[in-house]
Every structure is written in structure tokens, then in C-alpha cells.
Design a protein around this ligand. Structure first.
Ligand code: 5GP
Ligand code: MN
Length: 346
């Protein structure tokens, strides 16, 4: 049995909203990851099974290794179909906000969602949920929003209606937000849920291959280059840094998602408990910052304090507006400031 973590009041409330809703839009965060797409499609498949009219809209495109997911071809990419998406959002009577806690995380969609007259429901697992939804289901102790979607559907009494396709999406989000169940994954209930998803007929090994083992040759060579030439280890701070410029990305025919996971690799070095990856963005004039930590080191604090960002204790991100040299300087300032915490045991 799963513990009932979503309050009964929230479940009753969502049930009423789903019953009444005729035009539902599901939105998730910019640069959608496996959990953003997995939770959105997981909920979408469920709403389809209830004969509801629902559409998933995300701010921008997502990587090829997520495009196999059932229903992915029906997702509306906001910055490609803005007018159509604006209309959907304005006419919706329910907007489900999945895997983000503040409206700034949906980028260009922020204004239209903020001004929409629809009821708004948040299902998310980031700390400090903003106050923009009539129902806020926020559980930072749960490792993925996809898991929350599974729990919500079960609490609504609809486990039977989860299809194999929906289960595949939910599993993908649970898997990607835990690095294939290698971090944030000690809650035994995760494995009870996986058992239930397997009962729907999913092939978890195949899902792993599709997500993690279908990369381009360019990505692997880029990884080799980055680890050999670009990774700097700051042993005196138990930390590592990787930087990547636009011209380097061009050299390796960079495609969206190609650097996914790079930030985790330095954590496999003994004693390294904090890793930062700085990448010049190819779409926007900024440096995308990814931060990861092992143990109790709060990389979300560093993200918030130095890089206009936030996220989870062990996985966070942000944006830096300035040159790469300046970003590296700021990173080094962060190391100095957090030296004591960094030197606490891994
Ligand atoms: P990633 O490094 O995979 O892009 O992001 C890891 C986590 O950091 C995300 O799941 C999200 O919680 C958080 N995150 C990433 N980018 C940002 C950002 O720009 N702002 C905030 N507040 N959080 C971010
Ligand atoms: Mn997530």
C-alpha cells in the first residue's frame, strides 16, 4: 500500500475540477525534461481515458530521446505555434501546471497563463511553490512529478484507467528525475509503483535504452572532448566545473539534449561532491547553469544566490547573463563562500 501523501481535501477538489472541466490545457516548464514530458503525458493519457478534451503545451522543444513517448507527437510547442497555443490557453477552463513551481519557469508562456481565466492546478515537487493556483499539490519530498501524477490518479480511484502508454510516460519521468534510480530514490514506495507500472505491460529496460542509449556519435565525442579538455577539478573544494562555448557546440554538431547528464559525470570522482556545468545557450543570449551535488551540499542555494535559479538540494539550475569568464569568476566566488560546507564529508 502507498501512503496517502496527497490530502483528501485536494483529491476531492481535483475530482470536482476534472468532472467539470471541458477544455483542459496541461503546461510544463521551459526546456522540458523527462519528468516534465512524462508527468504531462501521464496526466494527458489519463484525461483521454476519461474522455476529456486535453492538450499539452510546453514553451519550447524537447530532446529527441523523449520524442518516442506515446502522445509526444501531439504536444504543442509554444514558440512554434504561439497563436494557436494562446487561443487554447485563453479558452481553457482548467490549466494543469506540472513540474514547475513559479510562472517564470514557463518563459514566454508566463503572461498568457497568468492572465488566463481558467482554474489552475499545480502538481509539482519543487521547493517553495508560488501562489498562482487554486489547488496546489506540492510535494518536494517526492522525487518526480510523474510519481505524483501516478499517486493522484490512484487517489482518484482510477488506477484501472492507467493505460500501458500512460504508464510508460509516468515511468520515464520517475526514471529520468532520479538518474535511473541512482539518486533521490531511496523511498521504497517508488518500487511499489514501478511494480504497478510493470503490471500495465511496460518494458522498463527498453525505456531505459530509448532514453539513455540512443544518442548521436557527436554527443559521445563531445563528451570525450569535454571530459578530457574542459573539465576542471578543484580538489581543494571537492568540486568540478565544465564550461562549453557556442563555437565548441558547433564543432560537435550540438543538438538539443546532447549535453544532458554531463554535469553528473564529475561526481563519479572520489570526493567530488559539487559539480557545475556552464553552457552558452544556443537560443538565448545567456549561459545555462546546471548544478549537482552529492549528500547534504545545497546546490539549490548556490543556484539561487549566484545564478538566478533554484531547484532541488542535489539538482538545480539557473541562468547567467554575462561572459563565460565572468560566470567562471562567480563560480569561484561561490566555492570560496561555501568552502566549509564543501569540505564536510561526501
Ligand atoms: P538541469 O540542470 O537539468 O537543467 O536542471 C535541474 C533542475 O534545476 C531542474 O529540475 C529544475 O528544478 C532546476 N532548474 C533548472 N534551471 C532552472 C532555472 O533557470 N531556474 C530555476 N529556478 N530552477 C531551475
Ligand atoms: Mn521534476
Amino acid at each position: 500500500m502507498l501512503s496517502r501523501i496527497i490530502t483528501q481535501a485536494n483529491i476531492d477538489h481535483v475530482e470536482k475540477w476534472f468532472e467539470k472541466a471541458e477544455k483542459i490545457v496541461i503546461v510544463s516548464h521551459v526546456s522540458p525534461d523527462g519528468d516534465a514530458i512524462g508527468s504531462s503525458l501521464g496526466l494527458w493519457h489519463f484525461l483521454q481515458s476519461q474522455d476529456k478534451n486535453a492538450t499539452v503545451v510546453v514553451p519550447n522543444s524537447f530532446p529527441a530521446f523523449l520524442q518516442w513517448m506515446p502522445g509526444a507527437e501531439d504536444i504543442i510547442i509554444y514558440n512554434k505555434y504561439k497563436e494557436f497555443a494562446d487561443k487554447l490557453i485563453q479558452e481553457a477552463d482548467l490549466i494543469c501546471c506540472l513540474d514547475f513551481n513559479v510562472l517564470s519557469r514557463i518563459d514566454e508562456m508566463e503572461e498568457v497563463v497568468k492572465n488566463a481565466t481558467a482554474r489552475k492546478l499545480m502538481v509539482d515537487h519543487h521547493l517553495y511553490p508560488g501562489d498562482f493556483c487554486g489547488i496546489t499539490i506540492s510535494h518536494p519530498e517526492i522525487s518526480s512529478t510523474s510519481e505524483l501524477v501516478f499517486r493522484l490518479i490512484c487517489c482518484l480511484g482510477n488506477f484501472e484507467d492507467i493505460t500501458k502508454e500512460g504508464a510508460e510516460c509516468i515511468y520515464t519521468g520517475m526514471m529520468t528525475d532520479t538518474g535511473g534510480f541512482t539518486y533521490n530514490s531511496n523511498n521504497r514506495e517508488i518500487y511499489l509503483i514501478i511494480g504497478e507500472l510493470l503490471s500495465k505491460g511496460i518494458d522498463k529496460d527498453e525505456i531505459y535504452r530509448r532514453v539513455f542509449n540512443t544518442h548521436s556519435e557527436g554527443r559521445l565525442r563531445l563528451m570525450g572532448y569535454v571530459l578530457y579538455d574542459k573539465m576542471q577539478v578543484f580538489s581543494q573544494f571537492n568540486s568540478a566545473l565544465i564550461t562549453l562555448t557556442r563555437s565548441e557546440q558547433r564543432r560537435f554538431q550540438y543538438a538539443k539534449g546532447d549535453t544532458e547528464g554531463f554535469v553528473n559525470i564529475p561526481l563519479s570522482i572520489k570526493n567530488v561532491c559539487f559539480s557545475v556545468f556552464l553552457r552558452e545557450d544556443t537560443e538565448k543570449n545567456m549561459i545555462k547553469v546546471s548544478l549537482r551535488s552529492v549528500g547534504t551540499f545545497p546546490c539549490n542555494q548556490v543556484a539561487a544566490e549566484f545564478f538566478n535559479g533554484g531547484g532541488h538540494l542535489n539538482a538545480s539550475g539557473g541562468e547567467f547573463y554575462g561572459t563565460m569568464e565572468e560566470a567562471v569568476k562567480v563560480f569561484k566566488q561561490a566555492l570560496e563562500k561555501y568552502k566549509d560546507l564543501l569540505l564536510a564529508k561526501k
